[in-house]
Design a protein around this ligand. Structure first.
Ligand code: PMV
Length: 341
């Protein structure tokens, strides 16, 4: 390889899992496969300046403000992936990132953040080590993103994405994510709203790193990993047939199971807030009354992701959200995203 000064810019969206990844082994190997939707609007834009042949150091800025803690994390990450990018420690980095969604809203930026960094690194790698095919480059970016933050590896692809070896998904791997075959997805899932209700803005009481770690001693962990693996069977069938009722049941079950695992950890912890539970109950009441396909998922936090198809019949759902659910958020906070592929 030959290195030189170079500035690259990349953008990467966030994603939300339908079958959740919670629990991992050494080297970021997931304890079970997961499947997610990649979002359209919640993105991280990253500019990476590389100064060749300077002593290795990393400086990071988030929306113009220097972030020393994040820089330390990136330095550690770069050292960790030197075996895959042999030039990576041979220079100095200035990394400027911006999220298109509100700062500290509680929307996880680690997936989009590490996705964008991995893409920048692959662009530099192609500059220094020579071009590879686009498929290969994406796969390597996904592999590198995984080592930064597990769920980030799914953000490299649009639409539905699988990470973790599953007998149900051909080509799936623990090492990188793969796109779920478009031919296997009913059109009803190809244009979906994901509105994030910002129930609680601010730092979580337990990080996802600590949360994953607590699965090591959770007496229900093995059963949960098995369940997640098994859930790929109905999920595959549902995605093909477009059975919305079964989809809703499975997606909500996955979200609640994730949080149940937290409650059964030692020490136990709860990331949901009162507003989270109020919103969930209101969604259930609304569905009982109207039979309309509004449902939820959760990530490792208090915010509620409201899911509903974009099929022209969503006006009643939107007005219900505005009149009944927004009051449970801080500052009427909602981030309106959508997945389209
Ligand atoms: O990528 P991490 O280590 O931040 O873990 C994220 C885990 C969940 O968001 C809770 C679930 C998932 O599959 O994305």
């Amino acid at each position: 390889f030959t290195i030189q000064n170079k500035t690259v810019s990349e953008s990467c969206p966030s994603n939300i899992a339908l079958i959740k990844y919670w629990g991992k082994y050494k080297d970021q190997i997931p304890a079970n496969p997961s499947i997610s939707f990649t979002l359209n609007h919640c993105k991280t834009n990253t500019e990476m300046e590389f100064f060749a042949n300077e002593p290795f150091s990393v400086q990071t800025f988030l929306s113009g403000n220097e972030e020393v803690k994040f820089a330390e994390k990136i330095e550690k990450y770069f050292k960790n992936i030197e075996q895959y990018l042999p030039w990576i420690l041979k220079g100095k980095y200035v990394i400027k990132t911006e999220n298109t969604f509100p700062h500290s809203s509680g929307i996880a930026s680690s997936a989009s953040g590490f996705g964008a960094i991995a893409k920048c690194l692959m662009t530099l790698d192609e500059e220094f080590s020579g071009k590879t095919s686009e498929d290969e480059s994406l796969r390597k970016a996904s592999f590198l993103a995984r080592l930064g933050s597990g769920s980030a590896c799914r953000s490299l692809y649009n639409g539905l994405v699988v990470w973790g070896k599953s007998d149900e998904v051909e080509g799936s791997s623990d090492l990188f994510a793969v796109k779920y075959s478009d031919d296997e997805i009913h059109p009803v899932f190809k244009d979906f709203n994901d509105w994030v209700l910002l129930i609680h803005e601010g730092v979580k009481s337990v990080s996802s790193t600590v949360g994953h770690g607590l699965m090591n001693t959770n007496p229900y962990a093995e059963r949960r990993f098995q369940e997640a693996r098994e859930n790929f069977v109905p999920m595959k069938e549902i995605l093909k047939s477009g059975n919305m009722e079964e989809f809703i049941k499975l997606v909500e079950h996955e979200a609640l199971t994730l949080h149940a695992m937290m409650m059964m950890s030692d020490p136990a912890f709860i990331l949901m807030k009162t507003g989270t539970l109020e919103v969930i109950n209101k969604i259930w009441d609304f569905r009982k009354e109207t039979n309309l396909p509004l449902f939820f998922t959760l990530d490792a936090g208090a915010n509620v992701h409201l899911l509903f198809p974009n099929d022209g019949s969503e006006e009643q759902i939107k007005s219900f959200i505005e009149t009944e659910l927004l009051q449970h958020t801080q500052k009427n906070g909602v981030v309106k995203d959508v997945t389209k592929f």
